[in-house]
Design a protein around this ligand. Sequence first.
Ligand SMILES: [Zn+2]
Ligand SMILES: [Zn+2]
Ligand SMILES: [Zn+2]
Length: 312
Amino acid sequence: MNVYSCPSCGARLFPEVLACACGQALMFDPRQDCVTPLDDRACAHRARLGCSWIAEGDGGLCLSCATTQLEPHLSADDAPALWEKAEAAKRWALVGLLRLGWFVGPDAPLPVFHMLSEKVDGARQSVMMGHQDGLITLNIMEADPARAQARKQRFAEPLRTMVGHVRHELAHFLFDRLAQTQPDFAPAFRALMGDERDDYATAMAAYYENGPADGWQDTHISAYATAHPHEDWAETAANALHLLDLSHSAQALNLGLAGDSALDQAQTVGVMLNHFCRSLGQPDPYPMIISPGVHDKLSFALGYLDCRGSAV
Ligand SMILES: [Zn+2]
Ligand SMILES: [Zn+2]
Ligand SMILES: [Zn+2]
């Protein structure tokens, strides 16, 4: 993420703030990647969802809010706040992709989102997060830190965040786009990560029955990535996007890191973060293990995810 400053007083701030401490009301322009004083172009969900982005096109919604095709049931007490957090995570993930050149130009479709709550009128309904033909379904309850922590333990996932969920599902969407627009993508992908045409249901059933094979860390970023080549791509690409965001933040903060590639620089940032947090008695914020085999897959994903200057 870039480092932004208040146009009135110059204070550093994050792009989701609606007003600076100096009193200046602000909005964020995701296509220009800048924070500007509030004017009449604000997203129609500014008051309702705390969205700081500027409206784009018809309907008065910003690029991100306009992708929400189905809104969650808001009967649960915590649902409005968790929806707001889930939308903020979606904006964070989307702006990273805009910066890489995605969703620019006339033939650059965005996915649509169903933002669902698993709590409806006091009852629990199951929400399957996933991507299918340009539709991404997310469970807003995953934005609750306590719930994410509990599931992190239950599913033995060291890194489980709302931004991570959004990036994982966006990665499935981008896979389809890459397969449609770049003829060399699918063959190169299959050579590295396997054939995504293998039966998905059979593979998932086997994964849930047997778990990952021993030594999976040599080749896969997460246990879940071993379930099927589609999941290997989504887990790898989501982590590539995390790491790219880290290296971008490091550049914006002038950290002057050693390393030839964004990936190497990001790994250094990850190690630094873990060290700093251990100094404060906090858990490692980037607990993923990047073995040489995983490094190759991350490099492959980064090469295709960064489409600045290409026709995607
Ligand atoms: Zn200010
Ligand atoms: Zn908005
Ligand atoms: Zn997936």
